[in-house]
Structure formats: structure tokens, C-alpha cells
Design a protein around this ligand. Structure first.
Ligand code: URA
Length: 248
């Protein structure tokens, strides 16, 4: 939305009055006097008129170390959800930028900024995700090549994008994927006749889970937020019919 339109609606001013308010230097956008009414704003822009705050909403960006057993959801009638781990005044506004299965552990990103979470999760962005995986059987020598070539998922009628598998030991590996299909990692190993026993997400794009114990969270820095986006960071404060159900 444009700043002048916001001011017109918010203050019931005419277009002419708004132009005058701006020209007189009475409007501040994100702490700076703003005279250009065409300036784009969003719901996290801080807007003041004559020192009175018309809009000031904190954008929240968090990294959480998801423990096993917690559901990647905001509410659930049966299971504890990861949002319950976040003691924050804006908890009710938060949503997850991506999910992990209930038994999986590791990095989850949580925010109240829907545009940012789209940047993190939209397949077109091709954000890399690295998973540490332990498997039931030894990882066969051809697995890396098969993952690099892509695995066909009949359910969605698609082939996964090239993935990089680094085998660390007989049954342990790091897998890097650039999309987030439903139960993707488990299904990829299933397709090559193996089974994932544990799954831990170590990183998403440039963000690496470090120094957080399971259940702990921290605010992302402005640089970490900006590392995903082409937009400047905002006012950041600190079924039974489901054929894939057995993979949860
Ligand atoms: N792939 C899976 O199969 N499970 C997860 O939790 C994440 C990726």
C-alpha cells in the first residue's frame, strides 16, 4: 500500500490534506520524516503523524530447535505444538515457515511476517535444507546418484529436484534438498528400499541451528532475516484417507 492512501484512510483526510501533511514534514515512516506519499508501506511499517503513532507493529522472526514429539502446528487438540514452546507476547500471531514431522527434530523458523515465510518456503525460491539422517539399513552406493537424478513421487506425479547426499557412515548421511515436499526425505529413502529412523534439520538456506538446546528459541538478527529476502527487514524486535500417513 502507498503511504498517502494509508493516511487518507486512516485519518479521513482528503488527498489534498494528506499531500500538505507530507509536504509540511509532519509524517514519519520508520522513524524518518517522509514527504513522498508514493512510498510503499506494509503492515510492519511504523507510521507517525505529529508524533502520534498511527501504526507500529513488531515483525517477529525466530529460530526454534524443535524437539521430537512436538507437532509443527499452531494449535492441535491432541498433541503439544511447537508454538507452545515460544514464550513471546505475540505468540498468538505466529506461524511456521515450513514444518517438520512430529518425530523429527531441528531447525524451525517461526514468524508473523507472511511475506517472509513465503520467501523461505515457496518452491520457486529453491532454498536449500540440510538434514542429518540415520537409516535402518546401510546406505547403498547408488543412493547418492539416484537422489541426484531425482526420485519420482507418483502421488504428486513429479520428480524431486537434484539432491546431494553425503554419506557419513554406513547408516548416517547429510542430505541437501531444495524443496519441501510432503515427507520428502522419508519418501526418498523409501523409494530406494531404505527407511529413515531419525531426521534432524541442521540448516535452512544460510541459517544453521547452533547453540540452541531442544525446545529453545532465539530471535534472528536483522542480517539473518535479510539473508532470505530482497526486501529490507522491518521493525524487528528482538486422515485415514491419507496414503502418506504412515510416514509421520
Ligand atoms: N522430510 C521428511 O520426511 N520429514 C521431515 O520432517 C522433513 C523432511
Amino acid at each position: 500500500m502507498r503511504l498517502d492512501r494509508f493516511l487518507t484512510r486512516r485519518g479521513a483526510h482528503s488527498g489534498k490534506e494528506v499531500a500538505r501533511l507530507l509536504a509540511d514534514g509532519r509524517v514519519k515512516l520508520d522513524g524518518q520524516t517522509e514527504t513522498n506519499g508514493l512510498r510503499k508501506i506494509d503492515r510492519f511499517s511504523r507510521i507517525e503523524l505529529d508524533g502520534e503513532i498511527l501504526q507500529a507493529r513488531e515483525a517477529v522472526y525466530l529460530m526454534l530447535h524443535k524437539p521430537a514429539g512436538w507437532l509443527s502446528a499452531t494449535t492441535d487438540p491432541l498433541h503439544p505444538t511447537v508454538i507452545e514452546l515460544i514464550d513471546h507476547p505475540l505468540r498468538g500471531e505466529l506461524h511456521l515457515a515450513g514444518r517438520l514431522d512430529r518425530a523429527s527434530t531441528g531447525l524451525l523458523l517461526v514468524t508473523n511476517d507472511g511475506r517472509w515465510s513465503k520467501l523461505v518456503t515457496e518452491p520457486v525460491e529453491e532454498i536449500s535444507k540440510v538434514y542429518r539422517v540415520t537409516t535402518r539399513d546401510e546406505i547403498s552406493p547408488d543412493t547418492a546418484d539416484r537422489f541426484a537424478a531425482g526420485i519420482y513421487f507418483a502421488y504428486e506425479d513429479l520428480t524431486t529436484r537434484p539432491a546431494v547426499l553425503e554419506v557419513l557412515g554406513g547408516r548416517e548421511a547429510l542430505l541437501t534438498i531444495h524443496e519441501g515436499r510432503y515427507h520428502q526425505v522419508k519418501r526418498m529413502f523409501h523409494a530406494v528400499g531404505n527407511q529413515v529412523l531419525s531426521l534432524h534439520r541442521e540448516s535452512i538456506g544460510p541459517l544453521v541451528l547452533d547453540g540452541l538446546a531442544p525446545g529453545e528459541f532465539r530471535h534472528l538478527t536483522a542480517e539473518e532475516v535479510a539473508s532470505f529476502r530482497r526486501l529490507p527487514p522491518k521493525n524487528q524486535g528482538g486422515a485415514d484417507s491419507d496414503p502418506l500417513k504412515s510416514m509421520r
